[in-house]
Design a protein around this ligand. Structure first.
Ligand code: ADP
Length: 299
């Protein structure tokens, strides 16, 4: 019996957003809008997305002993995430400083802060969470050696899901544990080291040959591809009027991981995740845009 459907190990950031008429050049000062603070980070986003769907979700992350850390803990708890695994202190909370111009183009500086201090020892100390969780999901906004330690601490029947974002080459040990590895086009190109053909079906096959038990390639408004030993299957997107795609990949990954743990096939889980991603892109923001299961069913 598992206590959690999903354990997310990953980053939590405060996104500090200012709208500007023009993004500043070197040495320049521009005046902008009032500051908006949004809870973010790929780990925090995935945990909120899963919990809002009704998954019993825990987050293993690190935030600073500061106001942003408390804000992030509050927003996780409000969504229903169990924050017993969120460690506090060691560095300031991770932040993303974001300026957005009227065309929607942005400039972003990320200070990983406490996310960079989530260590392999923190993972080892959280062994009971790993044993209590059906599926474990991570991203790459925490140190790679911490992700390696996650793979080494999986429970015997535990399933591992990785969205390698921001992308970098992955050790074989991590690739071999992925079931699935979930990538968008950009991430696929980095993992494949540039040896990319025109057809996403080929990326999926070549990625699969690198060792993961299964692969999912997300294609935005084109939907997704799932690949495993049975072959490659295309999962259509749900047609919607997209307003803001921020966080769509995180919502997709969380939904997919949850459904896989509930016994769905990879294609079924990706079909459900595509519906979750479709709702998320019709609303502004990241965590604010993630739907409940009822909202997904109503789509
Ligand atoms: P990322 O944000 O990681 O780049 P994608 O943009 O590929 O990820 O989005 C993840 C998933 O969300 C897609 O596979 C698709 O199912 C859904 N999605 C994204 N954009 C749209 C869209 N414009 N219309 C419908 N579904 C979308």
């Amino acid at each position: 019996m598992y206590d959690y459907d999903l354990l997310v190990v990953g980053s939590a950031n405060a996104d500090l957003v200012i709208s500007v008429e023009r993004r500043p050049a070197a040495g320049e000062t521009v005046l902008g809008s009032d500051l908006a603070v949004h809870p973010g980070g790929k780990g925090g986003n995935q945990a909120v997305a899963a919990a809002r769907l009704g998954a019993r979700t825990a987050l293993l992350a690190r935030v600073g002993d500061d106001a942003y850390g408390r804000l992030l803990l509050d927003s996780q708890r409000a969504a229903g995430v169990d924050t017993v695994g969120v460690l506090v202190g060691g560095a300031p909370t991770g932040v993303a400083l974001i300026t957005v111009d009227p065309s929607g183009d942005n400039s972003i500086v990320v200070s990983p802060g406490a996310n960079g201090r989530l260590t392999p020892a923190d993972v080892r100390a959280a062994g009971s969470l790993f044993h209590a969780s059906r599926v474990v999901s991570t991203q790459l906004e925490i140190p790679l050696e911490t992700v390696v330690e996650v793979v080494r601490n999986l429970a015997p029947q535990g399933r591992f899901v990785l969205n390698p974002s921001p992308p970098r080459p992955l050790p074989q040990e991590v690739l071999a544990a992925c079931d699935p590895l979930i990538v968008n086009e950009h991430e696929a190109q980095v993992i494949l080291g540039g040896q990319v053909s025109e057809r996403p079906e080929d990326w999926a096959r070549i990625l699969l040959a690198k060792g993961p038990r299964s692969v999912v390639v997300t294609l935005g408004a084109e939907g997704a591809l799932v690949a495993d030993a049975d072959g490659v299957v295309r999962v259509p997107a749900v047609p919607v009027a997209a307003l803001d795609t921020t966080g769509a990949g995180d919502a997709f990954t969380a939904a997919l991981a949850w459904r896989l743990g509930a016994g769905a096939t990879l294609a079924e889980a990706a079909g459900y995740a595509a519906r979750v991603g479709a709702v998320a892109v019709t609303r502004r923001g990241a965590q604010e845009s993630f739907p409940t299961a009822q909202e997904v069913d109503a789509l």
